[in-house]
Design a protein around this ligand. Structure first.
Ligand code: FRU
Length: 463
């Protein structure tokens, strides 16, 4: 069914959140410093940008239940990347051409916070088109363009899976990359515009060689340390779900030749990563969850979260991800600072950052709860190996020079994010501990163990 009777509206969505958010916030797994929905469901990060002196993070949202439903866009903003506030819902599927507002991107267009998203409607022959919405009040409310859909159909020869537009500025024009498929192979289509309103198809930016999946979701282009990268979430790529393609983008031809690729995060709960152009640096958020997972927090009225922001760099053809400096502003009490790994016993907190430095890349760090082991990180034979009960063990090479080794981890009430050796290997997982506290033990040539409590990142009242 298309949506002519506007069952959904921004007002209704905000009222639902006002009614439910306080109770959700008091539940035991409510995350302390990650972006999560005030109530209901969240998936992909959307619309990441800086505008009006603030960082804006939008996300796929269904406020009425902790399960995926007709998609809205939730919104949070921050002045410093560490402390956040919930903003009113940005988009609801309230137009005749959409039954859901699917993923997309955002940009500051001469002071106007502008969103480009996919209008999705299964009942239509062309089920996915690209649309625009603008805010003239700094992101409080959005007006959908009268020209929607601004891209009314996929390019000839491409399938009707045609979604998740990401825009960026290239010289004096806007470019847009959108995920689709051609002949059963995932690909990314490229468009160009002077005003984000009128788009011209430029060609296929990049395409699977047959081994990179049958459809590409959430393509995100960036240039990091002189390296062109296209992040994609391929469907049907055996064993891989969110990868970075390394290549060379030619703005003249609109093509990107791929050289090699890397899995962005080895954990099972990481998907749909999107980049944020922050002037001199590139930040990235991912959905800290995955399709077809169980969500114990459903019982508490919410599901889904985003990762902490990560700053990207490239060294010797490897993608590195690190928490930005700004997150130090969340640090409270120092829970450990010792050369003795026994100091980890004192780290009893439901939100903390941990840094374990080793003299050599040979050792292990174990996270557990009252019932037993949750995650084991092992460094050996030039690799970082990650093992969780019930999930396949995975490993990544540690190829870059590093003085000894370091495992850095961000623990929240139901999540662990690990960064090994300056972000060369990353692993993100959701865990639901029995006692709300994730304890840990380290072995190997430990040089120094440090931990800090991390405080709440959100202002109290939503919207
Ligand atoms: C990725 C995705 C996108 C789509 C959105 C719908 O997780 O499937 O391709 O736009 O989620 O919520």
């Amino acid at each position: 069914m298309s949506n002519p009777e506007t069952r959904f509206s921004i007002e209704r969505a905000n009222a639902e959140i006002r009614a439910c958010a306080a109770a959700v916030r008091r539940t035991p797994y409510a995350l302390r410093y990650h972006i999560a929905p005030p109530c209901g469901w969240m998936n992909d990060p959307n619309g990441l940008c800086r505008s009006g002196g603030r960082y804006h993070v939008f996300y796929q949202h269904y406020p009425y239940a902790p399960q995926w439903g007709p998609m809205h866009w939730g919104h949070a903003s921050s002045a410093d990347l560490a402390h956040w506030r919930h903003e009113p819902v940005a988009l609801a599927p309230d137009q005749p051409y959409e039954a859901g507002c699917f993923s997309g991107s955002g940009a500051d267009d001469s002071g106007v916070l502008t969103l480009v998203y996919t209008a999705h409607d299964d009942a239509r022959a062309i089920k996915e088109t690209q649309c625009v919405a603008r805010s003239f009040d700094g992101g409080r409310t959005f007006v959908k363009s009268a020209n929607n859909p601004v891209i009314p159909a996929p390019p000839e020869g491409c399938e009707t899976d045609f979604r998740d537009p990401k825009i960026w500025r290239e010289g004096d024009r806007w470019l847009l990359v959108v995920g689709t498929a051609r002949g059963g192979r995932g690909c990314a289509a490229l468009y160009e515009s002077a005003d984000i309103e009128h788009w011209q198809f430029k060609g296929i930016l990049c395409e699977s060689d047959g081994g990179l999946g049958s459809m590409w979701e959430c393509p995100s282009f960036c240039r990091v340390d002189g390296q062109d990268l296209l992040l994609i979430s391929p469907i049907g790529m055996e064993g891989h779900k969110n990868i970075a393609l390394f290549g060379a983008f030619d703005p003249e031809t609109g093509r990107m030749a791929v050289d090699h690729w890397q899995e962005i995060d080895l954990g099972g709960d990481f998907y749909a990563a999107q980049v944020l152009d922050d002037g001199g640096r590139t930040l990235m958020f991912g959905w800290m969850d995955m399709w077809n997972r169980e969500h114990p927090t459903e019982a508490d009225g919410w599901a889904g979260a985003l990762t902490i922001p990560r700053e990207l760099s490239v060294r010797e053809g490897r993608l590195l991800q690190n928490p930005p400096r700004e997150l130090e502003a969340l640090r409270g009490e120092t829970l450990a600072d010792s050369a003795d790994s026994a100091a980890l016993r004192d780290v009893q907190s439901d939100g903390y950052e941990l840094r374990v430095e080793l003299d050599a890349p040979e050792g292990a760090l174990v996270f557990s709860d009252a019932r037993g082991e949750l995650l084991r990180v092992e460094l050996r034979d030039g690799e970082a190996a990650f093992a969780m009960p019930g999930r396949p063990a995975v490993c990544a090479p540690l190829a870059l020079p590093f003085d000894g080794a370091e495992i850095r981890a961000f623990i929240d009430r139901c999540s662990i994010e690990c960064f090994v050796n300056g972000g060369e290997a990353c692993y993100t997982c959701r865990v639901y501990p029995q006692d709300h506290i994730v304890a840990c033990a380290a072995s190997g040539p430990v040089r120094r163990v440090r931990a800090w409590a991390l405080g709440d990142a959100f202002e109290e009242a939503p919207c």
